[in-house]
Design a protein around this ligand. Structure first.
Ligand code: NAD
Length: 367
């Protein structure tokens, strides 16, 4: 399968694979540094019970492409710790992250800079740098440590920008374009917020409890309030409730998967009716599914182009920039890369991911 190639290696990487076992908890942890051509390997630390070396390697490769496309001087890397924080105390979670920071010391800053990912936040980044002994060993740190935490919404901001550029390219006015967003976590919330501010009409949003739909548009503040009071967006009043899966089949202008992998697949690909898909989540569908959709005239902005806001924010933090400069940088970089990929793919009649990888590969040629 297209996503299972990495541990064999190819001309891009991986350059280093480091794995280590924590004997106390029986926990394996992995760092894959995929490619260092453009700078130190950059990618977050994922803490999930079933994370594997291959998963980390795939994600590290995605970071190689993402950083090259965003034109930032970082290589691609990723870390994974096979640990379920839900079954442990915060003190145990801290112990594991700090043990991992100690293990990674020989790689830090020159070859690897950490960041938050699934189940790690600004709190863990603060704990990580305390052991690493250098603030530059991680990004996504709390503001009190000079950080630009991902909780500022950098990724969602970039995805909203990508959606605006894609709409323009497609000949669609973003004002009043009907948008559906799968997921209302860190990414989905901010995509909703920033697209609402651009006057797009968010007609549907979902979380793990289901989806809500209103053809006249949903109100951002009211969705936030519903989620807060009722624990789910489905607590929103005056909207139609749908099974979560139905969000992918809505007749909208822009569909933004922003939660889980593989949500568009063989089972629902023929039911997709949107004009544009902007991939907020990582790998929301496999490449052959993307190609089927593009063959039907649906415009797809791949994850490695659309969701680079988080790593651009990391770069801004690494340079010591403030919040305002960070958002400006994301705006410039995402607009440029989305436009470039869509134009080249259109001109050469190629798939957008294939085109994005070609653009990245040119930047990754070794001297
Ligand atoms: P998160 O944990 O903050 O939110 C996940 C959301 O998914 C939650 O709203 C949850 O309710 C929802 N969800 C869970 N099951 C669902 C279901 N069955 N149907 C619909 N929604 C469901 O995660 P996040 O940070 O928002 O990340 C989302 C995706 O974006 C992931 O693929 C992540 O890898 C990717 N991503 C995140 C960032 C970042 O900076 N946070 C950067 C790049 C890519």
């Amino acid at each position: 399968m297209e996503n299972d190639i990495l541990l064999k290696g190819d001309s891009l990487g991986p350059e280093y694979i480091f794995k280590t076992l924590n004997h106390k908890y029986g926990t394996w942890a992995y760092l894959v540094i995929d490619n260092l051509t453009l700078g130190p390997g950059k990618g977050g630390i994922r803490m999930t019970p079933n994370v594997t070396e291959n998963e980390v390697a795939r994600l590290a490769r995605a970071m190689t492409y993402k950083n090259a496309l965003a034109d930032i001087p970082f290589g691609g890397a990723k870390s994974g710790i096979a640990f379920d924080p839900k079954n442990h105390t915060p003190a145990e979670k801290q112990e594991i992250i700090q043990w991992f920071a100690y293990q990674l010391k020989p790689f830090l800053i020159k070859h690897y800079i950490a960041g938050p990912d699934v189940n790690t936040t600004e709190i863990e980044m603060a704990q990580f740098v305390a052991v690493a002994g250098n603030q530059k060993a991680a990004t996504g740190k709390p503001k009190s440590l000079g950080g630009l935490p991902h909780e500022l919404g950098s990724t969602g901001y970039g995805i909203a920008e990508a959606a605006k550029i894609a709409a323009k390219f497609f000949g669609l006015n973003i004002k009043s374009a009907a948008v559906a967003i799968e997921g209302f976590g860190n990414v989905g919330t901010f995509v909703f917020k920033f697209l609402s501010e651009a006057d797009a009409k968010i007609v549907s949003v979902s979380d793990s409890s289901g989806a809500i739909y209103d053809s006249n548009g949903l109100n951002y503040e009211e969705v936030v309030a519903a989620k807060k009071s009722g624990g789910s967006v489905t607590a929103y009043k005056n909207a139609q409730k749908l099974i979560g899966q139905k969000i992918f089949e809505l007749d909208v202008d822009i569909l933004i998967p922003a939660a889980l992998p593989d949500v568009i697949n063989e089972n629902n690909v023929n039911d997709i009716k949107t004009k544009i898909i902007v991939e907020g989540a990582n790998i929301p569908m496999r490449e052959h599914i993307e190609r089927q959709l593009e063959d039907r005239g649906i415009l797809v902005v791949p994850d490695i182009v659309a969701n680079a806001g988080g790593v651009i924010s990391s770069y801004a933090e690494h340079c010591g920039y403030g919040e305002k400069e960070m958002f400006k940088l994301i705006n410039e970089k995402i607009s440029t890369s989305v436009q470039k990929v869509l134009e080249k793919a259109g001109k050469e009649n190629k798939y957008s991911r294939e085109t994005a990888k070609e653009i990245a590969a040119l930047k990754l040629l070794k001297p």
